[in-house]
Design a protein around this ligand. Sequence first.
Ligand code: BES
Ligand code: MN
Ligand code: ZN
Length: 523
Amino acid sequence: MKKVSGLFNKVVKTTGIVSIASIMSANAMANATFDFTQSLNENANTKVVFADNAQELDGALAKLNQESNGQILSLIKLNDFDASFGSTLHLQMVAGTESLLIVGTNDEDGELDAPDLQNLGGKIAGALKSSSKTFNADIHIDNLATTINTPSAHIAYGYQLRHYSFDRYKTKKSSGESTINLVTQNASAASSKFNTDLLFVAQGVHLARDLATEPGKNMYPEAFVKHVKAKFKGVKNIDIDVLDMRDIEKLGMGALAGVGKGSINDPRLLVISYRGAAKNEAPLALVGKGITFDTGGISLKSNSGMWAMKSDLSGAAAVAGAVYAAAKREESINVVGFMPLAENMPSQDAIRPGDVLETMKGVSIEIMSTDAEGRLILADAVHYAQQEYKPKMLLNIATLTGSAARALSDEYAAVITRDFELSTQMMEVGKKSGEHVWPLPLHPNHFEQIKSPIADIKNSGAGNPGASIGAAVVATFVDEDLPWVHLDIAGVDWLDAGNDVAPKGSQGWGVRFMDQLVRDQAK
Ligand code: BES
Ligand code: MN
Ligand code: ZN
């Protein structure tokens, strides 16, 4: 220890290794096993059936109704179950089944697309979780109005997305072992779609949630690196590069170094490349903000809700998850993930409002607020990505502004580009992935607002519109002719209440979106 510990004093961290080791132990979670089968399972004590019409029962549900001598139909009426999309009716001890879950699929807009099926799977996970912890369930895949090839794979994927809990700090772990049998015609195709593709995306989402939920005390820059490295161990065609403080300073990344300077936990730049295509093929660059805790720095945040700033690394976490998914499912594309990692702390070493930082690109930035730190670490990271990897497209993703969160809340992440056509393309990616984005503008005036009297630019403008000003700072570091997508996920990364595919807390937003972009770019 160099100095006495305290808010405004810097000490040399000596306990790092111990805490890294403890995060390595996996987050224990109730286990779910998926089986794709053609025939019914004798051991199933739970049955799940779909209904698209509550008056005229069809398929598996009609059969069960017969077996129950019409009891099911009576119960449907008694409970006013209308089979509308996502509605559920959970019955006990009817038709010889301990537990029968009926899930409505009636979608007025017509066909069920992939995210619809995934949402149904998530609904089932949510509904069954509240009943017995250990169970064996048959999900009857019929009555589904869809043209998707293997609907059961998407249902299992949605189930797995929703099936998540973070209990490593709980004395009592959730320990249930459930078996989910997807009873379907094309069982082997579905099994392969799930086990060699969608499952990896779900694992990427869970990885992102783990990283974003872990308290800041344990999830500092080097711990993030260690955790992600462990996850990528044995994954093929992966190359991992970690820049430490010395490399960062040597490269002239004064913005990333500056933000990290106030913390005893040094910053890092984690670079993970996946090579799934020819070496000379330009990669897709994914850059994620990785602030392991955002106190605001000397421009200190107020206490209310500050604890949630442990998840200010959600962008970097999503990038790690998306690269993981692409590599595991062996997509034919080159993707490089860049994760600038820093802890934004107030200390005697911290940067001050009014300070000027030199970036790797050479553009100087005057600090208006040390709380506008995300754009600073992204500035150096996007420049490094372009200079070292010459990408064909660059996407950056960040919990960047309260402004984006206020405008769009939980429903959409903000997408900002230099050309609106690209934003509309991203809305399509959103629809296909189940993670939606909505465009916000980037106007020449936003660049005017970040002109500084003493440096090239400043890190925040006069105030409004915050999300666009933040994007303008990052845009300053991106070549104008490079297709560039800026995602502000400050509103969507953390859920106050669960949704179909995620319990409350970190939803790992962005893994599914970027995974879809990877698929589109690979074609
Ligand atoms: N990490 C925050 C943004 C944030 C806010 C994320 C709420 C999630 C929920 C970011 O670093 C920040 O503090 N942004 C400031 C920028 C301002 C000082 C220009 C903001 O939005 O208030
Ligand atoms: Mn901040
Ligand atoms: Zn932040």
